[in-house]
Ligand binder design. Sequence first.
Ligand code: FES
Ligand SMILES: [Fe+2]
Length: 328
Amino acid sequence: MIRNQWYVILESREVKQGTLLSVRRMGRDLVLWRDTKGTVECMSDHCIHRGVALSAGKVKGDCVECPFHGLQYDGRGRVTVIPANGKDAPVPATFQGEAFVVREAHGYVYLWWGEPREEYPELPFIPGLDDTRLTYGTWRDPWNAFYTRAIENQLDVVHLPFIHYNTIGAGNRTIVNGPVARLDGNILRVWVDNEKDHGQTPRRPDEMPVPERDAQLTFVFPNLWQNNLGPNARISAAFVCVDEQHSILYLRFYRRFGRLPVVRQLFDLLTGLADITIAHQDRRVVQTQRPFVSSLNGGEKLIQGDLPIVLYRRRREQLQKEAQAPTA
Ligand code: FES
Ligand SMILES: [Fe+2]
């Protein structure tokens, strides 16, 4: 993982008032709940007393209560009461569990993966996707792959006529011109220009004209992506890391249509099924990639068409280095 980043880890609606949610994210077992104001809280799913999973306990006011001996933790991971010592007894300062900073926006729960700090950077999101005229449905799709492999697959413009030969890659456009790929801070944009092979040589990225249209693919570090299908429709994905061998794709189909609710529901259902079908064409193949964790110098023999993946890996490595560098 890249440290010191906000990662989408869940959809907001998955964290319900009054219940504990146990999930595995970034290789850690976590428990999430909402306090009495509805604010999402998150801790390591581990009681510091005798190692029980806190998610087997319950929400008590703003706190989570361990099922074994009733220790209660607030959202900062501090034990507020040790019942066996008496409800008014002071709690030693060392009784501190591990809490994580979480925030909610855009219908997602974000987790800060890094050192706590006074001020946090803005939550990342796809530019323009917060347009209130766009509505969306979400599909949750588990993959047996590290999240970077799933991201790279969605930046891969070479695979379309092979994996998706009978869906979005129909037409046998195997020649990959460019592609044009631009990195602007933490945003990577990709324009696709594939065509049929008539014996021509693909154009190099520096021979490609600067596209005036919006990029088809947009990726925002560390784990958000969009496929722009036009002004009224976009597919987005949050690539959520479970651990080194598992991830969950939160696929959303955004659209802007003032249609009757029943037509809209049917439309959502059909597009959702189409998205999942296409994602499963990818998933079947990506799950076989080894090693699970991809890297810039991982020994793969890359080709010109892999430019977006190279830029992704380069930026990822740069961010990892920056996160390790001692702060002044
Ligand atoms: S193990 Fe949690 S209170 Fe004892
Ligand atoms: Fe694909």
